[in-house]
Design a protein. Sequence first.
Length: 436
Amino acid sequence: MKGFTFISAAVLAVATVPFSQAAPNYHGHGGNQWDNVRSKIKNVVVVMLEIDNLRNIQYCNYENATITSSTKYCANPKANNIVKQDPDHGIPGVSYQIYSTFHPTNSSKGNMGGFVDRQARIYGNGDPQAALDAYSPEHLPVFNQLAQEFALFDRYFASVPGPTNPNRAYHTSGTSAGVGSNDNTFSDFTNLVPGYNRTSIFELLSKHGKTWKNYYEGYYVDGLFYNWVQTKAPEQLVPASQFYLDAAEGKLPQFSYYNPECCILTSGHPPTPLTNTETLVKSMYEAIRNGPQWEETLLLINFDEHGGFADHVVPPPAPNPDGLTYTATAPDGKNFTFGFDRLGVRVPMIAISPWIERSLVVSEGTKPEAGSAFEHSSVLSFLENLFEMPHLTKRTAWAETFEGIIGTKLRNDAPKKLVRPVSAWGPTHIVGNLNV
């Protein structure tokens, strides 16, 4: 998906300080905080979409990242519903987007100036502006409504400055086992290979007596990344239709992980129509909201990585979880080695629960270490703490957590139905299931 800004200025005005200050129901760190969360949240639902980052629509890049006299492109809130040219989001390409070089060093300072340059070099006379353009709140009414009604994280990063599968691995195990590309070592229903011998959140939950399911729409199922899931729990991988039955009957497990179809129909990855993605999110929200488990469920809407689209915030460093590195050849023909020691470009996260105050913008949480940040391992750390389980890796132990968004007052004003998606091609073109 393209760059977007789906939260309005009015929402940003509500809470622009750390949520520990902004939320009146926030009541400090420590055991009492988690006791409150455990008393309120019994089920966590995560949907992992394909999208880019939340960013300032005034952001600009030069066509040549190192020559400021070259053509200057600036973002506009006019992105199309379907993106024709998928930007570079491999590790070397993202390094260039952040540092204007494929080979940054530990002393390199990010300038976030290489997005248009990479797009122009890959697609020639295509549309380099496409790497910058954003969506307005009117383009994405479902996401905007959810951001207004619940909590939006505006300083949350991908775990890896690279593509989908390494980030999804971090999201489900706190490491990618040293893999930095979407190679064929990641198992799916089109490429059934032995999974990684890494402990995933699925295995950890089972070993601690917790229930889970990985719901899926298409061929790509993140649970298949792991040998333990393939051999010990394949029955927990279930079609997406079961999610809606479980939600209606109050049978959602303690952890639900939802894989949309990738990468044409619902996931948000180009060339997915964003109206389809919003229709999926609307359907999932309404299934939970109108089901018997609403008051005890936390729904997290995640986006695996930035997709190659621009942002202006330089990602921070992060600890390597297991000492493994990734070496490959950059587009300039030279080898590079990535140490999994810095995060990827920002992506939004939306947290939904009747225990979350309205219009909360989350910029800061609980930091286990001075440099801790929100990233995909934060979701794992939340689950580890919620269900009183050990940390999967050094990264999940380090990641910033967000238990403070769960308050003590139950809201009864959350909408039972969300607005309808509206095509980004024009404000009057309605798409999706008009009966929902």
